[in-house]
Design a protein around this ligand. Structure first.
Ligand SMILES: Cc1ncc(COP(=O)(O)O)c(C=O)c1O
Length: 365
């Protein structure tokens, strides 16, 4: 058989699938992946570099499989950030919260089981389901993106999902879930897990609580976090969750051995030691977000309330044309979410100025 005749025997459901990912274009203003626009300060870079150098001296050895020191420090960080103290056995971590979520579906999904979310929602969730042979059911939110509890309750009763995945603040809308909804959902889900994906939690507005506060009351509740967003460490690839220790034990069964490299653990520990500095721009980004929401509304756009570091705005008859027009002005945002809407990440004041200038020009055409 020649190479031309041979077809890789890829799973049929993957045959026409495109790899997930926002375009990584070299543009002056990248506001498309909800990163923190502020790089780590030099003192933090020096400490991370020194920690990685120490780890490099022992690269002949496998790293700590159970990353105990990192679990301890992540628990300490959460206690400071949210006031909720958990045991290190209640922490799990992996290469980004994407991998944490994959572990969850590997352990709690699978053939004959269902995972569920409510659109608009994070677009990776169906991919985790597909990759773990888990059935996928997607409900919907209200038109204003608030959570439709009655609809969710009916869908849960019908499908009995083993995992419900809910971002709060939601990506791509920025909407946070009220506490009572999370608590009632956890009750309704029975034995099933309710995963509150708090990738953007640190950006929540004052008075918006974290689901961490509900952990003690609901053993089936899981709260995921990441160092990719507020923590300004997307390149580190470190996501984590907090849950009942028995859930974490189940994840230990499905993870690959030594999945968190020695250099990742060293860099994450060094970054955590500088949490206040790395999170130092969060207030500024929150203020920038609120100013952006106000600007968009003043200029006649519909804008979803946001507790995150991005804003969903619309509505456009041809959103692709607007996205392309902005790109032509060097500003890359994200064409995602419901038809007619676009999502822009919050950047530096200069980047926000570039965005509003470009939008004004594009919309005048
Ligand atoms: C809602 C949500 N969850 C999880 C992630 C994954 O983040 P990471 O894998 O970088 O931790 C993202 C990334 O954009 C996200 O928007």
């Amino acid at each position: 058989m020649t190479a031309l005749d041979w077809k890789p025997p890829v799973r049929p459901e993957l045959a026409d699938a495109e790899p997930y990912g926002a375009p990584q274009l070299d543009v002056p203003v990248a506001l498309n992946t909800n990163e923190n626009p502020y790089p780590p300060p030099s003192a933090v870079i020096a400490d991370i570099a020194a920690a990685v150098a120490r780890a490099a001296g022992e690269l002949n050895r496998y790293p700590d499989r159970d990353f105990d020191a990192l679990r301890e420090d992540l628990a300490g960080y959460l206690a400071t950030e949210s006031g909720v103290r958990v045991d290190r056995a209640q922490i799990w971590a992996a290469n980004g919260s994407n991998e944490v979520m994959l572990h969850l579906l590997q352990a709690f999904g699978g053939p004959g089981r269902v995972a569920m979310s409510f659109a608009p929602t994070y677009s990776m969730y169906p991919e985790y389901a597909r990759d773990t042979h888990t059935g996928w059911v997607q409900g919907r939110r209200h038109d204003d993106f608030s959570f439709d509890f009655d609809h969710a309750a009916a869908l849960i009763a019908e499908h009995r999902p083993s995992v419900v995945l809910l971002p709060s603040p939601n990506n791509p809308t920025g909407t946070a879930l009220p506490h009572d909804v999370i608590g009632r959902l956890a009750e309704l889900a029975g034995d099933g897990l309710v995963v509150i994906d708090e990738a953007y939690a640190e950006f929540r507005r004052a008075g918006t609580p974290s689901a961490l506060e509900l952990l003690d009351d609901h053993p089936n509740l899981v709260v995921t976090r990441t160092m990719s967003k507020a923590f300004a460490a997307a390149g580190l690839r470190l996501g984590y969750l907090t849950a009942d220790a028995r859930i974490c034990d189940a994840l230990r069964v499905v993870r690959l051995p030594y999945h968190l490299s020695a250099t990742t653990q060293a860099a994450a520990l060094a970054a955590l030691a500088h949490a206040p500095v790395l999170l130092g721009q969060v207030d500024r980004l929150r203020a920038e977000r609120d100013a952006l929401v106000a600007w968009l509304r003043e200029h006649g756009y519909d804008v979803a309330d946001s507790d995150a570091n991005f804003v969903l705005f619309g509505r456009f008859d041809n959103r692709h044309a607007v996205w392309q027009g902005l790109l032509d002005h060097g500003v890359l945002i994200r064409e995602v979410g419901p038809e007619g809407w676009l999502r822009v990440s919050v950047g530096t004041p200069e980047e926000m100025q570039a965005f509003t200038d470009a939008l004004t020009k594009v919309e005048q055409r």
